[in-house]
Design a protein around this ligand. Structure first.
Ligand code: FES
Length: 157
């Protein structure tokens, strides 16, 4: 049976639903205080039997391989879920076939959960726009993060 590393590698070989969604109804961004990585998730809703359901989900990430693998699994798993069902998904459930994350990787799953919950609860505040009126990309959002105050000084030989 495949272990977590094998399953993660498989998911990374062909990540699903990567990229900005032009016609999204909601977008949420989360950053990890543990590692500084960021992930943004877009959701497109539709209606099924009178309920608002997630029709599609996509993501972009400046994150580790685990975050990308989890986001790939999660965006597949979200299809057809009602907003309420999606809200109740735990980080463990979002990992899908990857199974529970190793302790060192739990915050990577929480990054995905954070972006999803952000999108489901009103999403990002009005994104900053540039002079041309385009909203900030994930790379621009990341560059606007407050600096940590850590100074890296190269060591002399
Ligand atoms: Fe940062 Fe995984 S190490 S999200």
């Amino acid at each position: 049976m495949d272990n977590f590393e094998d399953k993660s590698r498989e998911a990374l070989a062909n990540p699903q639903n990567v990229g900005e969604m032009e016609d999204a109804d909601a977008v949420g961004t989360a950053g990890s205080a543990d590692c500084g990585d960021m992930l943004r998730m877009w959701l497109k809703f539709s209606e099924k039997d009178g309920k608002k359901v997630i029709d599609r989900a996509s993501f972009q990430s400046f994150g580790c391989q685990t975050a990308i693998a989890v986001a790939s699994m999660a965006t597949e798993l979200l299809k057809g879920k009602s907003v309420e069902e999606a809200r109740r998904l735990s980080p463990d459930e979002l990992t899908g076939a990857l199974g529970p994350l190793p302790p060192m990787k739990i915050h990577c799953g929480q990054l995905v959960e954070g972006a999803l919950q952000s999108a489901l609860t009103g999403g990002d505040p009005a994104p900053p726009t540039d002079a041309a009126g385009s909203s900030a990309t994930l790379a621009q959002s990341m560059a606007q993060q407050p600096k940590s105050g850590i100074k890296i000084v190269p060591l002399d030989d």
